[in-house]
Design a protein around this ligand. Structure first.
Ligand code: GDP
Ligand code: IMO
Ligand code: MG
Length: 430
């Protein structure tokens, strides 16, 4: 069996976790390939809610091996706490495999993340303040510490001293903060090593062993296409590459190993943090408030209210291309149920009257475009119990069909509530 990727097509929180959980049933490995604990993935199974940040969403099936790949940045204390939480709820977590090549998030990364944001003032990005940007910056600068370094105290200390030479200079001289104490920090991290050691593995090897054995390997994206460092709305992005192609670098699979690429699309759009959002509803808008209330649109992680807007298909189509989506999964269709009328963004109008049917690459254009909408009738009935396509009202089917037509990508799944079983499977037309 090939590799399959679950990737967000908007600005995150589309429901990647719930679809990873749904599809992982058939998999042998479930692999995170980028991001860190800036992610918040929510799974609802038999009335129980699981909120995950670092642990892959396949963890709930005892036969699935959850893998944290080399492309992830790991705060070891956060990982251990999450594993403890899961163990406490009866989920066996010793199966988890952690790449020795994954980079560590250090406390100074988190402090620098907070300070960078403060110093940016009005230009701040609205990061999750988890140290993600500074940790990836150190990886690119080749002064990062990796999981494997935890098991060689001498090397760990040498690398830490080297990193702190620059970090302490910046903290004290640029930001007027206290320097980091190397002894204390080394002890704090090395004390965690014995608990992490049994989890550490050559995860690239594991991925290829599974692929060679014709087993299904599921790669779980965090963040999403428009938060991608290269393809998102830079600089209002995260510091990794969530797009499907990044599975190759972040988990060590090859491009030809990826066959199924599932783009997850929320039935409307949300965004947390700053940055352009063409189809955004103005603050105080009734529809926006309804989406926040019914969709519980508050960050899993930071509890921030998410910004809301109509479904933007210009973005979703672009994301389908960037990720070469083989199919789409639409989430939260139930949230739209009370609305009499639905709008879908099908193009943008630039300040100078230019019409765009693709996402303009230039920042000053994307910041100023206005959405061009097509209007659809709502269904105004409950759909939470729908099990098959035929159970959905004709207006809901039309909405889904329009997404397929516009993007040219088959919609395989529609979810009508947060629970695992609130998933409608749409067969491909023969
Ligand atoms: P992720 O980061 O992409 O995994 O998404 P999050 O878990 O951060 O956000 C998605 C939220 O929507 C979670 O609270 C889910 O429980 C919830 N959710 C997912 N699918 C559905 C759905 O079909 N309907 C409703 N009402 N909620 C959903
Ligand atoms: P999941 O996996 C939504 C956003 C932050 C901020 C920007 C940069 O749950 O979809 P960072 O801390 O990564 O440097 O912040 O990215 N962001 C997310 N928004 N869902 C996420 O993850 C996000 N992870 C980061 O709000 O705008
Ligand atoms: Mg999330």
């Amino acid at each position: 069996m090939p590799g399959a990727v679950i990737v967000g097509t908007q600005w995150g929180d589309e429901g990647k976790g719930r679809f990873t959980d749904y599809l992982a049933k058939e998999a042998s490995l479930c692999v995170r390939y980028q991001g860190g604990h800036n992610a918040g993935h929510t799974l609802v199974v038999d009335g129980e809610v699981f909120k995950l940040q670092l642990v892959p969403s396949g963890i709930l099936y005892p036969w699935v091996v959850p893998v944290i790949g080399n492309g992830v940045v790991v705060d070891p204390a956060v990982l251990l706490k999450e594993l403890e939480m899961l163990d406490g709820r009866g989920i066996e977590t010793r199966r988890l495999r952690l790449s020795g090549n994954a980079h560590l998030i250090m406390p100074y990364h988190q402090e620098l993340d907070r300070l960078n944001e403060r110093y940016l003032g009005n230009a701040k990005l609205g990061t999750t303040k988890r140290g993600i940007g500074p940790a990836y910056a150190d990886k690119a600068m080749r002064v990062g510490l990796r999981v494997q370094d935890l098991f060689d105290p001498k090397i760990f200390r040498e690398k830490l001293d080297l990193a702190l030479r620059e970090k302490n200079g910046v903290l004290t001289k640029v930001y007027n903060r206290l320097p980091v104490d190397a002894d204390e920090l080394a002890k704090q991290y090395l004390d965690l090593a014995p608990r992490l050691e049994p989890l550490v593995d050559d995860t690239v090897h594991l991925v290829h062993e599974a692929l060679d054995a014709q087993q299904w390997v599921l790669f779980e994206g965090a963040q999403a296409t428009f938060l991608d460092l290269d393809h998102g709305t830079y600089p209002f992005v995260t510091s990794s590459n969530p797009v499907s192609g990044a599975v190759c670098a972040g988990a060590g699979a090859g491009p030809r190993d990826l066959e199924r690429i599932v783009g997850v699309v929320k039935a409307y759009t949300t965004r947390v943090g700053a940055g352009p959002f063409p189809a955004e509803l103005p603050e105080g808008d009734e529809v926006g408030d309804l989406l926040v209330d019914r969709g519980a649109e508050f960050g899993t992680n930071t509890k921030r209210r998410r910004r809301t807007g109509w479904l933007d298909l210009v973005m979703v189509k672009h994301a389908s291309r960037l990720n070469t989506c083989s199919e789409l999964a639409i989430t939260k269709l139930d949230v739209l149920s009370p609305l009499a009328e639905l709008k879908v963004c099908v193009g943008y109008l630039g300040e100078d009257g230019t019409r765009y049917d693709h996402v303009p690459y230039h920042q000053s254009i994307i910041h100023k475009v206005k959405p061009i909408y097509e209007t659809f009738p709502g269904w105004q009935s409950d759909i939470e119990r729908a099990e098959r396509l035929d159970d959905l009202p004709p207006e809901a089917r039309e909405y889904v069909r329009f997404i397929e037509d516009y993007t040219g990508v088959h919609v395989s799944f529609v979810s009508v509530g947060p629970a695992r079983d609130q998933t409608v499977v749409l067969p491909r037309a023969a």
